[in-house]
Design a binder for this molecule. Sequence first.
Ligand code: PRP
Ligand code: URA
Length: 209
Amino acid sequence: MQGVTVVDHPLVQHKLTIMRDKETSTASFRRLLREISLLLCYEVTRDLELTTRTIETPLTGMEAPTLEGKKLVFASVLRAGNGLLDGMLDLVPAARVAHVGLYRDHDTLEAIEYFFKAPGDLENRLVIVVDPMLATANSAVAAVEKLKSRGATNLRFLCLLAAPEGIERFRAAHPDVPVFTASIDERLNEKGYILPGLGDAGDRMYGTK
Ligand code: PRP
Ligand code: URA
């Protein structure tokens, strides 16, 4: 599918299976999400531009590769986005962070915003939006709209699971934003949950109901 990358690395798929299992504990779920986020971060940053800088090794001088441009921004869609964010910051500790607080109204499935904080100069940075679940895409579409309204022009969306319906809606709303996911599942159920899915990502991460 155009603009959509499925990260089919065996370690990602193995860990995802354990996360889907309803017997997996909160502690294990959280640890696995953090581990998977390292592998997903590797893929979503694979084509970042490099430049060089002059350094001295203990033996000689060299022109050594280094990331070009301004620091990345990771935009976490609260709450569950923080499960991906933590691992990504392990890999890219200098990244800037935006928080987009959204929850799904359980009846309408609309995304309701309750918090937003982001670096002031989004227009000059690659913004990677992270949320484990792309279901109806209401949350993802709203998060990207908000970031664009604050100046972001170069964005990517990273999730763990996506429903085909969510991908279609997201790509229609934001065709300029590539999607990275570990799996495209079968469909949404009548309550807007991804099938087979893994349940409510935030609840499984934090042990809430
Ligand atoms: C979950 C998930 C996404 C959203 C996806 O969040 O983390 O943000 O649902 O569903 P959508 O694509 O249909 O919008 P939720 O609203 O449950 O909030 P939480 O992270 O605080 O639990
Ligand atoms: N949000 C979740 O956490 N899980 C789903 O299956 C759908 C939306």
